[in-house]
Design a protein around this ligand. Structure first.
Ligand code: KE4
Length: 460
C-alpha cells in the first residue's frame, strides 16, 4: 500500500493539473501509457476486447476514469466528446439519472439470484411490445450469446445445417460465424480466426452483402439444406452500409420459399435506428431477431426472440439447449428496463435525427473542402465517413478504404478532444446527451483535421 502512495499522489496531481486543460491542447496520455503497459502484462493485448486496443489506428488507448452525458474523462484528466458510447449501448448518454436510480433501487434488493424475477418479464415485455416480429424472447448476456443461440435454434427448428452470412457482417465471436467477419476481425485483417475448425465453418456460406444474384443462385442450388440466413439489417461492422430494397425483398422471399429462418441481427441497430429496430424501417418480418447493447442500458444483456412457434423450441419449452448463470441478471434488467422505458416514454429519435444530419452535413462539407476522397453513410444516429472515393455497399468496396488515412483522422480528432471509433470499419454513434454545440465543435475539429491530413497539405 505504501509503495502505491506516491503513484496515487502523482496521479492525482496530474489529474488536477490536466483536468482544467479541457482539451485546449493535445492530450497528455502519461497515465494511460503506464496503465496500458501494466495491462499488457496481465491481459492479452492489454484489453478485454480487441477493438479497444487501438490496433487499427496505433498508439495508446486511453484508459477511462469516468463518463458523464456525452463525455468521457481519461485517467490523465483529458475530456473527450464520446462518439462510441460503449459501441452503441449509451444512446441516452452516460450516467442518465433514471438509469442510475433504477440500478440503485435494484442494488437495494441484491445483485444476482439464479431464480426468476419480474424484472426479466418486464424487459421481455418491453422488447415484445417494441419489435412487432418478436412474440417470445430469451434474455442472455451478450450479443454473441444471442446470435450463437439464434443459429442453434434455426438449425434445431429446421433440422438443417447450412447457414448463410455476409462478408463484412459481424455477429460476435461465434465459431461458425467468424468467417469473413467485420468489426475487429476485419479491422485486424483476420477474417477467419485460428482455432475455428473446418468442421464448424464447413456449413457456413459467406456471400457478398447486397448481392441479390448470389442469394438467388445459392438458394436455387442448396435451398433445402439452408437452416437460416443471418445478416445486419443496417451494417455497422464494415462501417455503415445500407441494404438495397431488392436485397431485403429477396432475403424475405427466399427464406420463406425454402423454409429457412431469417435472422435479423439487431444487436447494434435495435432501439438505435428506430424504437422498433431497422426491420421496422425496412418492412422486414424476420423469424428471429437478436438484440444487445441498448437493451442492457450499458450492462451485459443480449436477447434473441421471434415467432412463438420457433422460440418454443428452446429448452425447457422445447429441446434446443441454451442456458446462462447470469441471464436476466437483476442489475442488468433494471438498467435495460429503465433505458427502454425512457426510449418509449420520451423518444429521442427526432433529436438524434436532427443532430446526426447536422453532423453528416458538416463532415461532408469538411471533407469536400479539404478535397479528400470520401463517401459518407448514415442511418439515424449511426454514421461512417469512409476514406474511399465511391459509395460503400459491400465488403469488397469497404476493404479498399484508406485505413492509414483513417488512422490519421482518428488521432487528429482525438488531439482535438473528439473520441471516434478506433477503426474505419465501425459506426460512430450520436447520443441524446449530445448538443448542437457539440456537433459544431466536432465539425470544426474535423475541418482542421482533414485540412491537416489531406494529400498535398503540409501534414498530408
Ligand atoms: P457482443 O458479444 O460484443 O455483445 O455483441 C456481438 C455483436 C453481434 N452483432 C452485432 C451486429 C454487433 O455489432 C456485435 C458487437 N459489436 C462490436 C462493435 N462493432 C462490439 C465491440 C467489441 O467487440 O468490443
Amino acid at each position: 500500500m505504501l509503495l502505491g502512495t506516491p503513484c496515487l499522489l502523482i496521479k492525482r496531481v496530474i489529474q488536477q493539473q490536466t483536468e482544467f486543460s479541457m482539451q485546449k491542447t493535445k492530450p497528455t496520455l502519461i497515465l494511460s501509457q503506464a496503465a496500458f503497459a501494466r495491462a499488457q502484462q496481465l491481459m492479452p493485448g492489454g484489453v478485454n476486447s480487441p477493438a479497444r486496443a487501438f490496433g487499427a489506428v496505433g498508439g495508446t488507448p486511453i484508459f477511462v476514469d469516468r463518463a458523464e452525458g456525452a463525455y468521457l474523462f481519461d485517467i490523465d484528466g483529458n475530456r473527450y466528446l464520446d462518439y462510441i458510447g460503449s459501441w452503441g449501448p449509451m444512446i441516452l448518454g452516460h450516467r442518465h439519472p433514471a438509469v442510475l436510480a433504477a440500478l440503485k433501487h435494484a442494488l437495494e434488493h441484491g445483485t444476482s439470484y439464479g431464480a426468476p424475477t419480474e424484472a426479466e418479464s418486464e424487459l421481455a415485455e418491453r422488447i415484445i411490445d417494441a419489435v412487432a416480429s418478436v412474440e417470445k424472447v430469451r434474455l442472455v448476456n451478450s450479443g454473441t450469446e444471442a446470435t450463437m443461440s439464434a443459429i442453434r435454434l434455426a438449425r434445431g427448428y429446421t433440422g438443417r445445417d447450412v447457414l448463410i452470412k455476409f462478408a463484412g457482417n459481424y455477429h460476435g465471436h461465434v465459431d461458425s460465424l467468424l468467417v469473413s467477419a467485420g468489426s475487429a476481425a476485419a479491422t485486424l485483417g483476420v477474417p477467419s480466426s485460428p482455432g475455428v475448425t473446418q468442421g464448424t465453418t464447413q456449413d457456413t456460406i459467406v456471400l457478398e452483402y447486397n448481392d441479390v444474384a448470389a442469394l438467388e443462385k445459392t438458394f436455387a442450388a442448396r435451398g433445402a439444406e439452408i437452416a437460416g440466413v443471418i445478416f445486419e439489417p443496417v451494417v455497422g461492422n464494415m462501417g455503415v452500409v445500407r441494404p438495397s430494397e431488392a436485397f431485403c425483398e429477396t432475403l424475405q422471399r427466399l427464406t420463406r420459399k425454402h423454409g429457412a429462418l431469417l435472422i435479423c441481427d439487431e444487436v447494434m441497430t435495435g432501439f438505435r435506428v428506430a424504437f422498433a429496430g431497422a426491420q421496422s424501417l425496412l418492412g422486414l418480418e424476420p423469424d428471429i431477431t437478436t438484440l444487445g447493447k441498448i437493451v442492457g442500458g450499458g450492462l451485459p444483456v443480449g436477447a434473441y426472440g421471434g415467432r412463438a412457434d420457433v422460440m418454443d423450441h428452446i429448452l425447457p419449452a422445447g429441446e434446443v439447449f441454451q442456458a446462462g448463470t447470469l441471464s436476466g441478471n437483476p442489475l442488468a434488467t433494471a438498467a435495460g428496463c429503465a433505458t427502454l422505458k425512457l426510449l418509449k416514454d420520451d423518444p429521442p429519435y427526432g433529436k438524434l435525427e436532427t443532430l446526426s444530419a447536422q453532423l453528416e452535413d458538416g463532415l461532408r462539407e469538411a471533407a469536400e473542402s479539404a478535397e479528400i476522397s470520401h463517401s459518407l453513410a448514415r442511418v439515424g444516429s449511426m454514421i461512417t465517413l469512409f476514406f474511399h472515393d465511391t459509395a460503400v455497399d459491400n465488403w469488397s468496396a469497404a476493404s479498399q478504404c484508406n485505413t492509414d488515412l483513417y488512422a490519421r483522422y482518428f488521432w487528429g480528432m482525438m488531439d482535438r478532444g473528439i473520441y471516434l471509433p478506433c477503426s474505419q470499419y465501425e459506426a460512430l454513434f450520436v447520443s441524446a446527451a449530445h448538443t448542437a454545440e457539440d456537433i459544431e465543435q466536432t465539425v470544426a475539429a474535423a475541418q482542421e483535421t482533414l485540412n491537416d491530413i489531406a494529400p498535398g497539405s503540409a501534414g498530408g
